[in-house]
Design a protein around this ligand. Sequence first.
Ligand code: PMP
Length: 341
Amino acid sequence: MNFPTTSSEFFAKVGKTPLVLLKSISSSVGRNIYVKLEYQNPTGSVKDRAAVKLLQDAIEKGLKPGGTLVEATAGNTGISLGVLSRLAGYRLILFVPENLIQAKIHKLTGLGAEVLKAENYPDNHPKHMNSLAAIYAKEHDNSIHINQMNNLVNQQAHFETTGPEIWEQLEGSVDAFVSGAGTGGTFSGVSRYLKKVSDGRVKAIIADKQSSGLHHYIQTNGESFDAEGESFVEGIGKLGLVDNIRDVLTLANDSLQISDIEALNTIYRLIEEEDLRVGASAGVNVAAAIKVSDSLPPGSNVVTIIPDAVDIYAKKVFSKQWLIDQDHWDKIPEVYRKYTT
Ligand code: PMP
């Protein structure tokens, strides 16, 4: 990774990512599926966009040089803030889920962040890592809780950058936007922008992973966040509402749930047919975009996000042993098995 060496270089390099047509997949489904390559941001993920805005917001709220940023993150926000906070001269304390992939934790400590593991609780629970981050910031001077879940500056970053970039790159020919939601910043900010400029014509669809309750919440029109099981997909999924996804019932036209095996086979398909090496949540996004395209007229343009690259997930996605242990191996077509060892 070519990390920037000054904070101004970081700011300059964020965004303006390519939007590419999945040529082989699009021709097989008869609709155009475009992906926004967010791993081309300076630290390798979509979260650089929100991190820049959130840091600026913390400074505007009174964070002094040398102060401490505190945040709860499943990894990529931590990597963005890790690089950015050092360059801008701030200390960084991160609360992370206890089951976070070890490679991400090493990456975070290597960047200079102080990492504290938190048990898994539903969003809004007093022991959820987000609450722990809020309490930590309250108890320490010159500390600020970044609060990507509830600070609307997060989705504003996507309303001001990701959304307009997609609209301009397709010269307004967007029919549907498909995305998972972690904080909801990407989904809400982009959907809000695309609906605004298209007078509500662009459809916004949530791509949910297995084990998340967001799909059920949308399908039952807000009744509950029923969910069970686990998923290897990191960075997306919700078991409760936070401010950056609060309007999801108004914003989302529909939702789809994608199983882990569908996400995995989509990751292999993207390597096999498109020469793209994408992360787990991108597997969910593209699998959902393909399904969404099925319900749209031929020639429609469907856009989705590639939040990060496969690198961090390689130990799982390309490990035959892990795939066997997870009972996925038998469901992986022979043609994709060459990517595993
Ligand atoms: N995919 C990955 C890999 C992520 O780290 C994130 C950020 N949590 C997302 C998707 C979702 O982005 P957002 O927080 O904007 O909903």
